[in-house]
Ligand binder design. Structure first.
Ligand code: DGJ
Length: 737
């Protein structure tokens, strides 16, 4: 296992879990890609590369005409003599942009190094991973690139990243630096991506690759609602349970690009990394540039297995802090209940109702600071609005605590309102280009996190609030994208570094704040899932999945999100009916089931509910407390896709397989509806499971192979819930937050 080198064949064999990844050095200079797929014992080159003269594919000087980089499968291709998408491009002080990074040496080591200033997956014991660094050098200029690969011993995961070092005397400009590029010697693939919009995140796109380039990207300054930084190639016959899948997930929260290019000889090059759009990096002599990490997952057991690999890695080796392994609290958020119209009496009334129903955490959303009564004002002025909260945050939080709940608070620290003291005092502190008008989004501007003083201001102002009251949770929001991208603090040649430097500044802030406040549970949000990416998960173990709280819309959003991200990371709230975003009426039952499929919360005015509704919510919360260890820390299976038709279903199985929770959703009522069966997954076929509702007993084998009959349902928007466990099994999982 790990990484081995065969000097005779000049072959590196990387093994991770059940997969192999093979690299060969050609002509002492070129790292070429030989294989990535199901694990093989030894590499004897049964699939050796074939060389053939191809007119219009040039040769590097001194090589015979059958050798061309234009046809060689490579690990980190340059933009010279290979006409396919390059992995990098660097401009030198003489204006030229031709490079020839050649392999020099390698270094294999146990463990996995941290990336300076960037989030990345980690290990807890050195034995968990083996890494290899390949050093490449451009002799003429002194430019060096170190390609790092880390293989996880127990899972089908290889991570990659690249470090550029300028050993030359003159500065260079990095114009493009992908985190990874992989050449597949075939093109029979489907391409899967997650696309969407605000309040409509993570739709699933699946299409057949054809000749040419297929790309997704963000140019918005954030990973975005529009495209998640994830791409997956799958064999056309792949489904949830079966087939080969190659996943690429970028641990980054800013502009990214992921591209699959099918070339003239039906090979596929997949590359992923920081978007070269509006980017360049001035690398002075002796300086280093580090790319983000990409997490590459392989499975021959379909999408479900790929997702579980990501889920496990992101739960336990990406998320950090004390909440990584803790059950998450059931919360009540006042946003959709009050919007900006609240005062402490109203909040306390809401909180009291919440407490009676079983809520554990009360979250005060937007509107508690400055003169914030609408979206036009006060971002940046993080002092409490005494008109709304005369006793301040401390008094309110203590009152909430006395009711027996924790208190949480909303911030949007990366932004500034033009109508604020912060902007009046520091108009130069926002992202801008001199002499150009500043566009507004939601009436606000983006603070310039490339400036240290701005980062320190954010750290201190958020910290001071956190120290001023017993606050145990923070919702960290971000509600606009970047325009007129530039920084008044950066020199001319560094203006195109603004986007990436912003993200580095953000990561610095988050590192300091989460370290300084280790007992606070941080939830990230960007108008919902606008920055639902592994970079943010490194600092904050949960995310507000979408501003769309409609249960029917959420089926697709949560299903799509689960392709990469585990349910424990998904904030899911029951809100009012009709829903505030799409005005749909759905039953409380259905809303409860959808929200119980992630981190359950409520976001509606409890005082407007009937006694019956309150009783139903109380029951939902107590049920959720019984099952949440399975939802949050069990294994997740997608059973039916809402993208495929009128139904959706998913299943959660406890780690010891002793208990399972199943949810089925039927969207529209249908006449002459077929009788349907739902086949479960991941159970112990040898064991008997008791249906806790009917007290009927079924074998795990029967549930998985014969399935469960879905009872008749009446009307639109219906849901079903099953909870089955080994007979006589009682688990103590009600650990308090
Ligand atoms: C956008 C968030 O996604 C909402 O949940 C809410 O916090 C608002 N911002 C508040 O302005």
């Amino acid at each position: 296992m790990g990484v081995s080198y065969c000097p005779k064949r000049k072959i590196f064999h990387l093994q991770a879990g059940e997969m192999s990844y093979v690299i060969k050095i050609y002509h002492q200079a070129y790292l070429s890609h030989l294989y990535w797929g199901k694990r093989i014992k030894d590499v004897n080159e049964s699939n050796q590369l074939q060389f053939k003269y191809r007119l219009f594919s040039p040769q590097p000087e001194g090589f015979d005409r059958t050798f061309s980089l234009d046809t060689l499968p490579q690990e980190y291709p340059a933009n010279n003599t290979d006409f396919r998408t390059p992995a990098y491009q660097v401009q030198f002080s003489d204006g030229s942009a031709v490079t020839d990074l050649k392999y020099k040496h390698f270094h294999i080591y146990k463990g996995k190094r941290k990336l300076t200033g960037l989030p990345a997956t980690y290990i807890e014991e050195e034995e968990e991973a083996t890494s290899i660094d390949f050093t490449l050098m451009d002799n003429q200029t002194g430019l060096q690139a170190i390609l790092t690969y880390s293989t996880y011993e127990q899972s089908n995961v290889i991570t990659r990243s690249v470090r550029f070092i300028n050993h030359g005397d003159n500065p260079v400009s990095i114009l493009k630096a992908m985190s990874a590029s992989v050449d597949f010697r075939e093109s029979e693939f489907d391409l899967l991506t997650l696309y969407g919009a605000h309040a409509n995140e993570c739709n699933l796109s699946r299409k057949r690759l054809t000749a040419g380039s297929h790309l997704i990207e963000s140019r918005r300054g954030a990973s975005s609602h529009q495209h998640n930084p994830f791409m997956c190639l799958a064999k056309p016959d792949t489904n949830e349970e079966y087939g080969e899948v190659y996943g690429f997930s970028l641990v980054y929260s800013g502009n990214f690009i992921a591209q699959a290019e099918v070339d003239q000889y039906e090979t596929t090059r997949l590359s992923i990394g920081i978007n070269p759009f509006n980017f360049s990096w001035h690398l002075g002599s002796g300086e280093i540039f580090q790319t983000p990490e990409v997490v590459m997952v392989y499975s021959y057991k379909g999408f479900s297995d790929m997702s579980r690999t990501y889920h496990e890695l992101y739960r336990f080796r990406l998320a950090r802090g004390q909440y990584r392994d803790c059950l998450r609290p059931v919360l009540l958020n006042n946003w959709e209940a009050t919007y900006f119209k609240f005062n402490s009496d109203k909040l306390l009334l809401l909180a009291q109702e919440g407490k009676d129903l079983g809520i554990e955490l009360f979250v005060l959303d937007d509107g508690w600071f400055g003169k914030r009564n609408n979206t036009k004002t006060s971002l940046g002025d993080w002092s409490v609005n005494k008109q709304k909260l005369p006793g301040g945050l401390k008094k309110l939080a203590e009152q909430i605590n006395r009711l027996g709940m924790n208190f949480g608070l909303w911030f949007e620290p990366e932004m500034v309102s033009m109508e604020s003291d912060l902007y009046r005092n520091h108009p130069d502190w926002c992202i801008q280009v001199p002499n150009r008008p500043k566009s507004l989004g939601r009436h606000q501007l983006v603070l310039d996190l490339t400036r240290v003083e701005v980062c320190e201001y954010i750290i201190e102002s958020v910290s001071n609030v956190l120290l001023s009251a017993p606050i145990s949770y923070v919702k960290w929001d971000m509600n606009r994208h970047m325009t007129e991208v530039g920084s008044l603090a950066l020199p001319l040649e560094r203006q195109r570094e603004t986007g990436h430097r912003y993200i580095l500044g953000l990561y610095y802030i988050l590192e300091v704040l989460t370290t300084r406040h280790p007992t606070v549970l941080f939830e990230s949000c960007s108008g919902g899932g606008g920055r639902y990416d592994p970079g943010m998960l490194f600092y904050m173990p949960q995310v507000w999945t979408s501003d769309n709280t409609d249960a029917i819309s959420r089926l697709k959003i949560q299903h799509g999100t689960s392709l990469v991200y585990p349910p424990v990371t998904m904030g899911a709230h029951v809100s009012a009916s009709p829903n505030h975003q799409v005005h749909r009426h759905t039953s409380l039952n259905m809303r409860g089931h959808v929200a119980m499929s992630g981190n359950l919360g409520y976001e509606l005015d409890f005082s407007k509910l009937s006694q019956l509704e309150k009783k139903m919510i109380k029951d939902q919360i107590s049920l959720y407390k019984e099952i949440r260890s399975i939802i949050q820390f069990g294994t997740y299976y997608r059973l039916l896709s809402p993208f495929a038709g009128n139904q959706a279903a998913w299943q959660f199985v406890s780690q010891d397989l002793s208990e399972t929770v199943v949810m089925y959703f039927r969207m529209m009522a249908q006449s002459a509806e077929p009788f349907r069966i739902l086949r479960l997954r991941g159970l112990n076929p040898e064991k008997e499971y008791l249906d806790k509702h009917t007290s009927l007993i079924y074998g795990g084998d029967e549930l998985m192979y014969a399935g469960l009959s879905i009872p008749e349902m009446k009307g639109d928007y219906c849901s079903m819930f099953w909870r089955l466990a080994f007979e006589g099994y009682e688990k103590i999982n009600n650990i308090e937050f």
